[in-house]
Design a protein around this ligand. Structure first.
Ligand code: PLP
Length: 381
């Protein structure tokens, strides 16, 4: 390995959201989707150079950036037109704007549950209604329940919120699954906002990320896709995402819905994105290898804890640990207070009987967390 993912980096003094969450200094924070790894020099160098220049005025989007994204998506089977792309300061912005763009007041969005909570905030922020479709845990893989989706469809529902790869479940949906979902959306004339922010973090060689917009003409003409470098290269502090909208009318409306509300993008975010996409390939490859080993370690560690269960994720560094058998009032509280492992409470995503654990951290930290979890559960009476 040429990059050092084992390095422990002190983050509290940088006001890290992740590291300031727990008052108890003994708790290891393993919650929000933010990894404890440094950016590679390939990203740091151009950032330093940009800072050296010293002027941080309003900045236009670099026109070549969209071609870099185009080339990147092309290698994954999606031939986009640069016109389709709107840069936005983060994927969550895109979730909220999509709610405005697809839905009129009184309309509803259908959202799978569990889900990354800002999906549910978006509809309430925009004063649109929400219908939840519960996902099924099929031997640890979180899957869409197509019967439920179809049964819940109604004339009021005008958008489906899709998260692929799924957060918190880590599912990489197959072409067949996506096609089936899109077919239902077509039947009921429902638009799709597809959050694909974790799409560069597949941990299984046998799987392939399928962009929702590529499965049919309907999907292309009725979707907003959100993606970007922030999860993959750990750049959440330099917010940026791309909203890819092939349909010109929908795209124009999406842009109208942003006006006066959505802030401009930091000049450093553009620099980091370009460097990540052009120069970050080797670091990305090594990151995936590191995460794969962390995932296997965690699965093995959890398998030794009676009444906990884990088999994924297929993508990303977020493990959705099934604690249903443990019969705890609050599994998250047990992890945090007894094991001193600062997981993200499953309740935040819609199911309190799970916890989400971020294993995007140095291996020694993960090993310590696993041994704390094993010890705390073995001492439980
Ligand atoms: C599915 C999903 N969408 C969006 C985000 C946040 O994206 P951003 O920070 O670009 O708004 C996250 C962060 O964890 C996420 O998991």
């Amino acid at each position: 390995m040429s990059y050092n993912f084992d390095q422990i980096i002190e983050r509290k003094q940088t006001h890290s959201t992740k590291w300031l969450k727990f008052d108890d200094p003994e708790v290891i924070p393993m919650w929000v989707a933010d990894m404890d790894f440094s950016c590679p020099p390939e990203i740091l160098r151009p950032l330093h150079e940009r800072i050296e220049q010293g002027v941080f005025g309003y900045t236009d989007k670099p026109s070549h950036l969209v071609n870099i994204l185009k080339d990147r998506l092309n290698t994954n089977g999606w031939d986009i037109d640069p016109e389709w792309v709107t840069w936005i300061p983060g994927a969550v912005v895109g979730l909220n704007v999509s709610c405005r763009a697809f839905l009129n007041p009184g309309d509803m969005v259908m959202t799978p549950s569990p889900i990354y909570r800002p999906f549910t905030f978006a509809s309430s922020n925009m004063e649109r209604g929400m219908v939840k479709t519960l996902m099924k845990d099929v031997n640890g893989r979180m899957e869409l329940d197509f019967e439920s989706i179809e049964a819940l469809m109604s004339a009021d529902i005008n958008m489906f919120f899709f998260c692929n790869p799924h957060n918190p479940g880590g599912t990489v949906f197959s072409r067949e699954e996506i096609q089936r979902l899109v077919d239902i959306c077509e039947k009921y004339e429902v638009g799709i906002c597809s959050d694909e922010i974790h799409c560069d973090l597949l941990l299984d060689d046998k799987l392939k990320h399928i962009h929702t917009a590529t499965v049919s003409e309907y999907a292309r003409e009725n979707s907003v896709t959100l993606l970007g470098p922030c999860k993959t290269f750990n750049l959440a502090g330099l917010p940026i995402a791309a909203a890819v909208v092939p349909n010109p009318d929908l795209r124009a409306h999406f842009r109208r819905c942003m006006r006066g509300i959505v802030s401009h993008i930091s000049s450093l975010s553009f620099v980091a994105t370009e460097a990540a996409y052009l120069q970050g390939g080797e670091w990305h490859k090594e990151l995936i290898e590191y995460l794969r080993i962390n995932k296997e370690l965690l699965i093995e560690g959890i398998s030794k804890v009676e009444r906990l269960s884990l088999s994924g994720p297929e993508a990303s560094y977020l493990a959705w640990i099934d604690c249903r058998e443990a019969k705890l009032l609050s599994p998250a509280e047990f992890f945090i207070q007894q094991a001193k492992v600062g997981v993200h409470d499953g309740e935040w995503f819609g199911n309190k009987d799970y916890v989400r654990l971020n294993f995007g951290c140095p291996r020694s930290v993960l090993e310590e967390s696993i041994s704390r979890i094993q010890k705390a559960f073995s001492q439980r009476n």
